[in-house]
Design a protein around this ligand. Structure first.
Ligand code: PGA
Length: 246
């Protein structure tokens, strides 16, 4: 397994001034592989602010076609063209607010891979689903539907992010026990769906990751990285998360 992957999901936050300050202050060391997902309008500015430091930039959402009459959308091919190497698909905010289905997420995954990008696929259950004992079946269904493509000839990386919806932005992450259990379960589903390839897929945890809980989370079996929202907006807290293994 390569280094842990730590991803900053800025969502619809940030500014031109703020991003320059962020990258100036960011303490980048060698413990993790880092990716920042800014709002798409700031991708180029992030790339210039990063310079030659080891930090990749990605896009939070893409459309399912390379080009065409899709007002307001951005294709994976375009994002790749301007230097974004990662695409995030299936985030629960898009599944809920934009009503994105597993089928659409699958198409976005395929399109991003075709464009030569690495892809982070988000899965996760609602609180109601967890309380009624359906967390595993919901996550397994999402994985099976989205990963129903041939990944054997893919050169790029597909990463899974487990983000329980109730933990996102709530200030309360899943417990270490819950994370451990679900990540082991996801690993088994991946082995079932992808065969031996499933052993090498990095599984990230996301949902109220902070500078305080990141070290414990990253030490759990089958936690191969973190997807960070709120705590990735400030250089000091994101630096602490990046260096949690220090
Ligand atoms: P959070 O968001 O860290 O603010 O909970 C995580 C995410 O939605 O990716």
């Amino acid at each position: 397994m390569p280094k842990p992957l730590i991803v900053a999901n800025w969502k619809m936050n940030g500014s031109l001034e703020g991003l320059k300050d962020f990258f100036e202050k960011l303490d980048l060391r060698e413990y993790a592989e880092a990716v920042v997902l800014p709002p798409a309008v700031y991708i180029r500015d992030c790339i210039s602010a990063i310079g030659n430091r080891a930090l990749a930039v990605g896009i939070q959402n893409i459309w399912t076609e390379d080009a065409g009459a899709f007002t307001g959308e951005i294709s994976a091919k375009m994002a790749r063209d301007i230097g974004a190497y990662w695409a995030l698909v299936g985030h629960s905010e898009r599944r809920q607010l934009q009503k994105e289905s597993d089928e659409l997420v699958k198409q976005k995954l395929e399109c991003s891979l075709k464009a030569g990008m690495n892809v982070i696929v988000c899965v996760g259950e609602t609180l109601e689903e967890r309380l009624s004992g359906q967390a595993e079946s919901v996550v397994s269904k999402q994985l099976k539907k989205v990963l129903a493509i041939d990944l054997t000839k893919i050169q790029n990386e597909v990463v899974i992010a487990y983000e329980p919806i109730w933990a996102i932005g709530s200030g309360e992450s899943a417990t270490l026990e819950e994370v451990k259990e679900m990540h082991a379960f996801i690993r088994n589903v991946l082995l079932g769906v992808l065969g031996t390839l499933g052993a090498n897929v990095r599984i990230l945890y996301g949902g109220s990751v902070t500078a305080e809980n990141s070290a414990d989370l990253i030490k759990q079996d089958h936690v191969n990285g973190l997807l960070v929202g709120g705590a990735s907006l400030k250089a000091d807290s994101f630096s602490l998360i990046l260096n949690a293994l220090d």
